[in-house]
Design a protein around this ligand. Structure first.
Ligand code: ADP
Ligand code: MG
Length: 347
């Protein structure tokens, strides 16, 4: 993988608080990388530094072998889309899309051809002469996307572009963004606090916490092998245990770790009277009582108290489990091979 975008040791203080605390990040040409982290961890500040809207305290930013750190925003070849669509209300859709080209002195005919092409791409050709306030949120965000692509940026920055939209529109636009990004081979840094969005969209995910990237990898790697408690809690609904809890459930532990995690879908639940399967070799069985069951669509999520520890257990909602109810006595099968031994934060 090449380093089309390369960030080195980016630091930024607001007052005395370090908001970016030594960020290193490389993105290959055409790659879509997601920054995933809780509100306030510095995601927007990092994007704003790359776009040149916020000044760094130290560190360097290179894009396509050009040092950006001291360049003004308009010279950086970076397009950005914000959560709040940020369109010009007094300009029509096509004037919004053409704005950056007009500033750069692109001739009218060329501007028009380019905006038509982009509006066709986001399926808004018939809206070119209307004003933004007559469009839905999803449509406005597609105009913002077209506008950011109009000047052919080398890098696209998307700052929670879907957060303000309804669930259904969000899913459609998510797929559309990925499709356009792939077709154009557009190098993209996408910011979100939504792990599902990150898992679905990304070639690679960087988990961010308190101004630092704490783990990066493919969606698969981050989902199945979070390194720390923070990553485990952020990536899914992992059950996290301290050492005493892990020992109570698993009986022996072959490491010095003091934090452990297991995914809810890795715990097997047997209803009262069900037999342990023949292939359950190496699995540990623990008795428990169902505290609650809730339906999450295709998944039933049960909370089961076992050895005094509440465990989240996910069951495929295929009809078979409807008889599992609050107060039932059940057996849990735990696979030691599925237990993650976590590292200390910052280790
Ligand atoms: P995120 O996008 O991950 O939610 P931000 O980058 O917006 O986080 O903010 C990170 C931290 O920096 C927050 O604590 C926020 O309050 C602070 N912050 C952001 N912008 C400024 C600013 N202009 N002045 C002072 N503090 C700021
Ligand atoms: Mg933000």
């Amino acid at each position: 993988m090449n380093d089309y975008l390369k960030l080195q040791d980016i630091r930024k203080l607001f007052g005395s608080a370090p908001v970016l605390d030594g960020v290193d990040l490389s993105i290959g040409e055409g790659e879509l990388v997601t920054l995933l982290g809780p509100s306030g961890c510095g995601k927007s500040t990092l994007l704003r530094c790359i776009a040149g809207l916020t000044e760094l305290d130290s560190g360097s930013i290179r894009l396509a072998d050009k040092e950006l750190t001291k360049l003004p925003p308009r010279s950086r070849d970076v397009g950005m889309v914000f959560q709040s669509y940020a369109l010009f209300p007094n300009l029509t859709v096509s004037q919004n899309v053409e704005y950056g080209m007009r500033m750069r002195g692109v001739a009218q005919a060329a501007r028009r051809a380019r905006s038509s092409e982009l509006l066709a791409m986001v399926d808004l050709e018939d809206k070119r002469d209307v004003y933004p306030q007559s469009l839905s949120g999803g449509q406005q965000q597609r105009v913002a996307l077209a506008r950011s692509l109009a000047v052919q940026p080398k890098l696209l920055l998307l700052d929670e572009p879907l957060s303000a939209l309804d669930a259904k529109i969000r899913k459609n636009l998510r797929a559309e963004i990925r499709d356009i990004q792939r077709r154009l081979g557009m190098t993209t840094l996408f910011v979100t606090h939504d792990q599902e969005e990150a898992l679905i969209l990304s070639d690679r995910i960087c988990i961010m916490n308190q101004g630092q990237i704490v783990q990066e990898g493919s969606p698969e790697q981050l989902y199945t092998a979070p390194r720390t408690e923070f990553a485990a809690r952020f990536m899914g609904s992992y059950n996290v245990f301290n050492r005493a809890e892990a020992l109570a459930l698993f009986r022996r532990i072959d490491s010095r770790s003091d934090r452990f995690a297991i995914r809810p879908e890795s715990v097997i639940l047997l209803a009262d009277g069900e037999r342990v399967q023949d292939d359950a070799d190496g699995m540990i069985d623990v008795g428990g009582e169902v505290l609650s069951v809730s339906v999450l669509g295709n998944i039933l999520r049960a909370t089961v108290m076992a050895e005094g520890i509440p465990l989240t257990v996910d069951l495929l909602n295929d009809g078979r489990w409807l008889r599992v109810r609050e107060g039932d006595h059940v057996t849990l099968l735990l696979d030691p091979a599925q237990l993650l031994h976590l590292e200390q934060e910052g280790a």
